[in-house]
Design a protein around this ligand. Structure first.
Ligand code: ADP
Ligand code: MG
Length: 139
């Protein structure tokens, strides 16, 4: 995966609250194209693997239990400079600190339940994209 792709998720609380549609509309408005997308639920083991980079952080248990608590939407989005562009578009990790109009400000519930994920580097976008999608699921 190159500089134009990022892996995103719509997290369980946002799905539960009916925000898939509004967040998809924001994805379109932001000029992000869909390369791959699925509606799925992570097992606890899968969530622990996905967030292994955070395994020593105090919130790892809470995070992985939450992320496996219900269905999510996972997608690979395409745009120039996709990783940074998406992170700017969704706002700060804590929705209370996110800028007005950002996805986390609009649809986030709390620091942990902050509506969406975004890869933090091109290398991790590649790793995270391959976590969810095979070659035949990308268009
Ligand atoms: P980001 O998602 O903005 O890249 P991090 O990679 O630092 O943020 O953290 C991953 C996810 O872990 C966050 O999106 C959030 O859901 C959760 N998280 C981060 N910090 C905390 C915290 N202090 N308490 C609870 N959950 C947290
Ligand atoms: Mg991160």
């Amino acid at each position: 995966m190159s500089r134009n792709k990022t892996l995103i998720m719509i997290k369980p609380t946002a799905v539960r609250k009916g925000f898939i549609g509004p967040i998809m509309a924001k994805i379109n408005e932001g000029g992000f194209k869909i390369h791959a997308m699925k509606y799925t639920q992570l097992t606890l083991e899968q969530a622990r693997a996905f967030y292994a980079v955070h395994k020593d952080r105090p919130f790892y248990g809470e995070l992985t239990e939450f992320m496996s608590s219900g269905p999510i939407v996972a997608a690979i989005l395409v745009k120039d400079n996709a990783v940074e562009s998406w992170r700017n578009y969704i706002g700060a990790t804590n929705p209370a600190e996110a800028a007005e109009g950002t996805i986390r400000k609009l649809y986030g519930t709390s620091l942990g339940e902050n509506a969406v994920h975004g890869s933090d580097s091109d290398d991790n976008a590649e790793i995270e994209g391959s976590f969810f999608f095979s070659a035949t699921e990308r268009f």
